[in-house]
Every structure is written in C-alpha cells, then in structure tokens.
Design a protein around this ligand. Structure first.
Ligand code: PNS
Length: 167
C-alpha cells in the first residue's frame, strides 16, 4: 500500500499543546504528517515563519513520521506538492466549525483529490488558541499548561524585546 501523507497547515504562532494534540491524533492515522507553517498569514505574526518552524521542531523529538516546512500560497498546492491525500485541521468548539467547513469546501473545489480530515481536540485543550495564549502571556498570565516550554520562553523573550524597544 502506498504511503499515506497528510498536511497539517496553520499559523502555529506559536505552537500550543492543542496543536501537538491534533498532530499526535493525525500521526496515528497517517504514515507521514507534514506540518505546514504559513509564511504570510493575513494577521501579523508574533514570530517569523522560521522561528515558528524552529519552535515546532523543538517539540518533535519523539515523533517519527512528522516533518515541518514553511509554505506560501494555497494549502491545496502545498498538499499536492508533498503528495498528501488529506488536509488535517483541529476542531475545538462549535464556533470553529463554520469557517473550517467553508475552508474545507473551498479547498475541495480547488482540488477535489484532497480531503479535509477534522480531528477533535481533547477537553483540556478546548480553549487553547495561539491568539489567546499570546494575549494572556503578554499580560503576565501563566500559560504553561497550554503551550510547551519552548513556546512560553519564546513569548517571554519576544514580549520583553518589544517592551525594551518601546522604552
Ligand atoms: O492556524 P490558522 O491561522 O487557523 O491556519 C489557517 C490556514 C493556514 C489553514 C489558512 O489560512 C490557509 O489555508 N491559508 C493558505 C491560503 C489558502 O489556501 N487559502 C484558501 C483556504 S480556503
């Protein structure tokens, strides 16, 4: 049987335990999961694409069959370029569903060969999102239960740099 490859695209700004949870669930289904870090998301990221890749890589020690790369342009083109049969996306709350559903149908229209596979996060990660943990971390809150230590340390460093450059 041919190798079953999936892409897991996202901003990963920065990687959270929610992302790693979805990644592990995807890895149990696919032979290879290629994490795709979107280079130029509409939103201004806290970390460069290279920094986001480095943070992901730092979390992947014991995860064989997982690769990380950046991509630009359409997710379906990225998926085709690595021979993926599926796009993995995580679902947390019902409100995620509408935009994810639209994206999945648009991606199917763009390339009918690729299916989107939605995986549900664990209870502990239902309210974990990169944007929320950035806000909480910037305001001095503890996010260590929501993101791996490398992400938390990187956020502290980045916010400290920003504070210094404003002084
Ligand atoms: O982690 P995010 O920010 O929720 O990820 C969103 C992402 C990267 C999956 C989405 O913005 C995307 O696929 N962007 C690539 C451009 C593209 O293909 N757009 C059409 C999708 S319907």
């Amino acid at each position: 049987m041919s190798e079953r490859i999936a892409v897991y695209p996202g901003s990963f700004d920065p990687v959270t335990f929610g992302h790693l949870d979805i990644l592990d669930r995807a890895s149990a289904i696919f032979d290879t999961v290629v994490l795709g870090v979107l280079e130029n998301p509409g939103k201004t990221p806290l970390f460069t694409a290279e920094e986001r890749v480095e943070l992901l890589q730092a979390c992947l020690d014991s995860r064989p069959g997982v690769q990380v790369t950046t991509f630009d342009g359409l997710t379906v083109e990225f998926a085709a370029s690595v021979g993926a049969i599926a796009i993995v996306r995580g679902l947390r709350v019902v409100s995620d569903f509408e935009s994810e559903f639209q994206m999945a149908l648009m991606n199917r229209r763009l390339d009918p060969r690729v299916n989107t596979v939605f995986l549900m996060t664990s209870f502990s990660n239902v309210f974990v999102s990169s944007s929320l943990i950035k806000e909480v971390c910037q305001l001095g809150g503890d996010v260590s239960e929501m993101a791996p230590p490398v992400s938390v340390e990187a956020m502290h460093r980045r916010f400290a740099e920003r504070r210094e450059s404003h002084d």
